[in-house]
Design a binder for this molecule. Structure first.
Ligand SMILES: [Zn+2]
Ligand SMILES: [Zn+2]
Length: 110
């Protein structure tokens, strides 16, 4: 099954395997002919455009994100390239880091 966009009537219809590879547009008042091979090629071209845009996806929930280092608007995870951390975990991590740093400082001063 393949979705064909008719260039004449600007409507789309579904082509199924039991239909001829070339034929008349399925929309009743359209006289245009479709060709399954060129339609297939158009679909592939369209996919290539999407791939070329390099859309970034959240590694946690799969939603679109704006950059490699960001907080996902959908699941609120902190995205670090292909990894993700829960926002609360990051906060805890910073707290632990501060405690460790203050202990080291204390040790150094004494
Ligand atoms: Zn048509
Ligand atoms: Zn997400």
């Amino acid at each position: 099954m393949l979705k064909i966009h008719c260039p004449e009537c600007k409507k789309s219809f579904l082509w199924t395997d039991d239909m001829p590879t070339k034929g008349k547009c399925l929309n009743t008042d359209c006289e245009a002919n479709y060709d399954i091979h060129s339609a297939l090629k158009q679909n592939i071209d369209r996919l290539a455009v999407v791939a070329e845009k390099k859309i970034l996806l959240c590694p946690s929930c799969g939603e679109e994100i704006s950059s490699h280092f960001t907080i996902c608007r959908n699941c609120r995870h902190v995205v670090l390239d292909t990894m993700f951390i829960k926002e609360s975990h990051l906060f805890m991590g910073v707290c632990i880091l501060l405690i460790v740093l203050s202990l080291i400082l204390k040790y150094l001063v004494n």
